[in-house]
Design a protein around this ligand. Structure first.
Ligand code: TYM
Length: 323
């Protein structure tokens, strides 16, 4: 049995990058009988950015509803809110004491923002150790993530190995899992899709909102309709291929290369793929968001299961440290 674990921050409603890069692959792995799985909402990490309680709560529900809308079966998975398992903050402290300060200064999540240090809080700096604690607290073997999280996984492996070396075998050293096709979904402007860049696609949006975003925000060149076009440099094609899959993606690429098929046609096909392809998930998301009590019940059930494992691993760590 391999243990799968991954988390999503509650900084907003999960976007297409989160869904294709993490949620969908994690659910597939979770539903494989060879695995057991821990999937959670990283609402403590979100506090580094979101300081409004109502917003944080709303986002946490939206992330929970997204997991469930994409088919997560909570009878086969431990599904919980990070803040419901306070053991994780204790472990994060221990890990902080076993990891060099210098290495933390090299984390992209911190370095990208360190030019404006006045905007950086201490939580953002030690963020990778809270993430390492999320993973090590549950003896996870595999962590499905997008490419942007690989450095954090490397730090997790590093701190686990340092601790094991110094204090004796304590932690399972986890492996990251990425899928080449979906590890880096581009945003509407071509850069990595990311909430902080404002370039996201929210598949749960109403079709009219999606249409506006796709038509207005996706950049295309000015090649005339009848001329051949290069799919490889086009965000609209990359997004279509990521959602519709290789075969349909190649079919659109051929139409673009042949000419007589314009960017407007490609945008229309992309919109249809999202609106129709995720219709069931959109309805289910809205249904879940209209029943917050139901979401709370799912998450409390998961928290109790998570705490059982967390407290036993934490005991192991405390003993090793000497408490
Ligand atoms: P977060 O919340 O930014 O993103 C959640 C997951 O979505 C993936 N992702 C993407 N994948 C492909 N293309 C994109 N454009 C894209 N944008 C985001 C991320 O790689 C991630 O897998 N620190 C983490 C949350 C976290 C976590 C953990 C993850 C906290 N503790 C423990 C795994 C294990 C984060 O901020 O992800």
């Amino acid at each position: 049995m391999a243990r799968i674990l991954t988390g999503i921050q509650s900084t907003g409603t999960p976007h297409l990058g989160n869904l294709l890069g993490a949620i969908r692959p994690a659910i597939e792995l979770a539903h494989d009988d060879a695995n057991d799985s821990f999937l959670f909402i990283a609402d403590l990490h979100s506090l580094t950015q979101v300081k409004n309680g109502a917003e944080l709560r709303h986002n946490t529900y939206a992330v929970a509803a997204a997991w469930l809308a994409f088919g997560l079966d909570t009878s086969r998975t431990v599904f919980y809110r990070q803040s419901d398992v306070p053991e994780v903050t204790e472990l994060a402290w221990y890990l902080n004491c076993f990891f060099p300060y210098q290495r933390l200064t090299l984390a992209h999540s911190f370095k990208d923002k360190s030019a404006r240090l006045e905007d950086v809080n201490g939580g953002l700096f030690s963020y990778p150790m809270l993430m390492a604690a999320d993973i090590l607290l549950y003896d996870a073997d595999y962590v499905p993530v997008g490419k942007d999280q690989l450095q954090h996984l490397e730090m997790t492996r590093d701190v686990a190995a340092r601790f094991n070396h110094r204090m004796g075998d304590t932690f399972v050293v986890p492996q990251e899992m990425t899928r080449t096709e979906t590890m880096l979904i581009p945003g509407l402007d071509g850069a990595k899709m990311s909430k902080s860049k404002g370039n996201t696609l929210n598949v749960f949006d109403e079709p009219s909102a999606l249409k506006k975003r796709i038509n207005r925000e996706i950049t295309t060149d000015t090649t005339p309709l009848e001329d051949p076009k290069d799919p490889d440099s086009a965000v609209v094609w990359k997004l279509y291929q990521a959602i519709a899959g290789e075969a349909k993606g190649q079919a659109m690429a051929e139409k673009l290369r042949a000419g007589g098929y314009g960017w407007g046609h490609a945008k229309k096909d992309l919109l249809e793929t999202i609106v129709d392809g995720y219709a069931t998930e959109r309805d289910e998301f809205n249904r879940r968001m209209a029943d917050l009590g139901g979401l709370d019940a799912e998450l409390s059930k998961g928290a109790a299961q998570a705490r059982e494992v967390a407290s036993s691993v934490l005991d192991r760590v405390r003993t090793k440290i000497g408490y």
